[in-house]
Every structure is written in structure tokens, then in C-alpha cells.
Ligand binder design. Structure first.
Ligand code: BTN
Length: 275
């Protein structure tokens, strides 16, 4: 379903983030979200982790309109111009946070894919472990980190950076070949609030399956979006580079590679490059 826009005023309202507006589009069937919004922060990951450290509770949504020091994987920066992206972090306490760190990234990426398909009729792909692609270019990145509350209880923070209304100038030089926004791929301006509502509804659906232990169903859905299954890839593990064909995904979030030697081996959370 595309979200029709009847007028400029309505478009502005559906794009303007505030704590109240966000709370109004989040689903409430499964998780009663504790919603936080600050228009400018350094990184939503940091604030969400601080809230967990103090209160030790899951179900926290922390969103912003601009990050001055957004964080990506492997110490990279995550940059998005003010008002153009969806940038938020979710605090969750899955049944086994330690073991499920990587799988939560898969659950979140799957939620993004399902929302892009149902809300915008796109055909997204998932590039293990944490990227969502549209037409082969990255439109969303996910960063999952383990955190501890003041009394030592573990929780997870899943950060989502979704490129929504950036124009071409946001992806200069080499970036233009590898990154994009939803607006560039659809040719339309996309109001962020209804998209966020769809994404979070989809997140709750996938997360519920995960909590019920139905990882096999999540993996089945992941396979439907996977752009790496069957591909010959290169994985970095420390200083080693390993090459092989992706043959499966495990419920830890690890991918299984058939190596050149014919042996199969699984890998967690590494960087993955198509060859
Ligand atoms: C990646 O692909 O490297 C992951 C990017 C994750 C970016 C999001 S934006 C919201 C949250 N806050 C951050 O500082 N990072 C994550």
C-alpha cells in the first residue's frame, strides 16, 4: 500500500517527528513502548543504552531527527542530513540476549524488508548481516549492541538508520553506487511517520516469532529476501579472509559457507563482500 498524500500540509504533518507523533504510530499490541524523542542527539544508541543502564527495562524506543555522531558497524560513522531519515534505537530483552545478539539484527532487517514491501511495494533484499538493499544499493543499516543495566542484567540495543528522503547529493562520489534512499528509488517523497508505523508493526510481528522460539520461520522469511544465499562471498575473520558459497543461515544469526575445500563452516557477524 502506498501512502497517498493529499496536500502539502498533510505531508508536512506526516513527516514531522515528535514524541507524541511517534507514540501515535507505534503499535501497542505486544509491547507497550516507552517512547523517547530528542530532535538532535549525538547517537540514539548512546541514549537508549543509558536509559537501559538506569532502568533495566526493555521496550524503549529512542528516536531523533538528526545525529551529530551517528555510529555504524566496525567503528564507522553513520551520516544522515537533518529530517531526511528514520534514526532510532530499540532496547529489548530477548530470552537469551547474549546468544541472540546477532539474530536480533536479522529480525530487525527482516522487519524493515517486510515494511518496505508492504508499505511501498518495493522488492528489498537483505545482505547479511545487517544491510537492507533496494535495487542492489544500501538503504538501511542496523547496529545491534549488547548493554548491561546498573545491576548487571543484559539487554540489547538495535539501532536502525533508514535512508528515506535524501536526494542524490547525500550520496556523493563512490557512495552513489552503493547507497541510496527510498525516495530516490521510488521517485516519491515519503512521509516518515506512516512508514515508521509500518516498520514497527512489522518489527513486533517478527520479534514475537523470535520470542516464541520460531526462529525457523524467521529464517524461512529471511531466505525469501536474502540477496546472498547461493552467492560466492568473502568474509573477514580477524586477519583471515575466507571465501565460499553461502548455503544457509543458522538461528544464531550465523551464515554457513561452503568453502573452496568443500568443507562447510559458519560465521557470525563478520563483514561480507560479494565476489
Ligand atoms: C551500519 O550499517 O553500519 C549500521 C548503521 C546503524 C545506524 C543507526 S542510526 C540510529 C542508531 N544510532 C546510531 O548511532 N547508529 C544507529
Amino acid at each position: 500500500m502506498r501512502f497517498g498524500i493529499s496536500g502539502r500540509g498533510e505531508e508536512m504533518n506526516l513527516n514531522r517527528l515528535s514524541r507524541k507523533a511517534i507514540a501515535g504510530v507505534l503499535p501497542s499490541e505486544l509491547i507497550r513502548w516507552d517512547v523517547h524523542y530528542i530532535p538532535t542527539v549525538d547517537s540514539t544508541q548512546k541514549y537508549a543504552a543509558e536509559i537501559f543502564r538506569k532502568r533495566g527495562r526493555g521496550g524503549v524506543f529512542f528516536g531523533t531527527n538528526f545525529q551529530s555522531a551517528g555510529r555504524g558497524r566496525e567503528g564507522r560513522a553513520w551520516i544522515a542530513p537533518r529530517g531526511k531519515a528514520l534514526l532510532f534505537s530499540l532496547v529489548l530483552i530477548p530470552r537469551r540476549p547474549g546468544d541472540h545478539h546477532h539474530f536480533l539484527t536479522i529480525v530487525t532487517a527482516l522487519a524493515v524488508c517486510e515494511a518496505l514491501r508492504s508499505h511501498l511495494a518495493l522488492k528489498p533484499g537483505m545482505k547479511w548481516p545487517n544491510d537492507v538493499l533496494v535495487n542492489g544499493k544500501k538503504v538501511c543499516g542496523i547496529l545491534t549492541e549488547m548493554v548491561r543495566s546498573h545491576d548487571g542484567e543484559p539487554g540489547l540495543v538495535a539501532g536502525v538508520g533508514l535512508n528515506v528522503n535524501q536526494g542524490r547529493s547525500s550520496f556523493p562520489g563512490d557512495l552513489s553506487g552503493v547507497a541510496t534512499s527510498l525516495s530516490l528509488e521510488t521517485g516519491e517523497r515519503i512521509p516518515r511517520l506512516p512508514l515508521l508505523g509500518s516498520l514497527m508493526k512489522s518489527f513486533e510481528d517478527q520479534y514475537f516469532l523470535f520470542q516464541k522460539g520460531q526462529s525457523d520461520e524467521i529464517i524461512r522469511r529471511w531466505k525469501g529476501y536474502s540477496s546472498i544465499l547461493g552467492r560466492y562471498v568473502s568474509i573477514r575473520k580477524g586477519k583471515r579472509e575466507i571465501r565460499g558459497t553461502v548455503v544457509d543461515l543458522e538461528d544464531t544469526g550465523a551464515i554457513v559457507l561452503r568453502l573452496d575445500s568443500g568443507r562447510t563452516e559458519s560465521f557470525l557477524g563478520s563483514e561480507c563482500r560479494f565476489l
